[in-house]
Design a protein. Sequence first.
Length: 271
Amino acid sequence: MTDPLPSDLLRLAQEAARRAGDLLRDGRPADLAVAKTKSSPIDVVTEMDIAAEKLITDLISDQRPDDGFLGEEGASTEGTSGVRWVIDPLDGTVNYLYGLPTWAISIAAEQNGETVVGVVAAPMRGETYHAVRGGGAWATGAWQGERALVCRPAPPLEQALVSTGFNYVTEVRVHQAEVAHKLIPLLRDIRRSGSAAVDLCDVAAGRLDGYYERGLHPWDLAAGDLIAREAGALTGGRPGEGPTADLAIAATPGVFEPLQRLLEDFGAWRD
């Protein structure tokens, strides 16, 4: 008998992401300002990040009061149900602050420590991506109905389009720039969107051949990692490891291993 829980969690995650997206898109004040900073003076939080996380956690708690939470803006409860929600209410805050369109809401549900549901909503694209473990990856958008997501056939590495991101701590950013400088001649090109969740979904949708970044947190990648894997991408970190704060990689098979080898050789995981 099929477990109905993942489907129920998916519907709830989709509703929470939709409502948070409406709030962020339609409720953005013209004079939006920084509410606080985190790892550095340029790692910012706005009042809308905080409001969106509260909307999501309140909605989920109302329907599932025994679940736990891990949220970027401070939501942290253990719960007793075996389900934990991992939430980034606004991935791409700096983009949002400047009025750039690449930002997203990322909501994942873990069951007994395993990610079983992932939803990423990108309101300014008009797209929402979702996956249930073992059920493939899907998206809704300007097209009619749901579209199955499948990562691109693997090109030679020198023809691969790869995205990355940069940390907000200066010393780390400098090293990341050095790694990118070494990689660029070996690839088609490098992109930098400013949202890890969107990058992971772009790998799933075949818009990128690969993506890597150092310094991600669980809420940055929990939903997007599942969506990428369910679309056929490989994900991981350093050789033999899953994605961690040291290094997270997602790429179409055939690009993943050579990209991982280069990142290891270039010390992408080091300060």
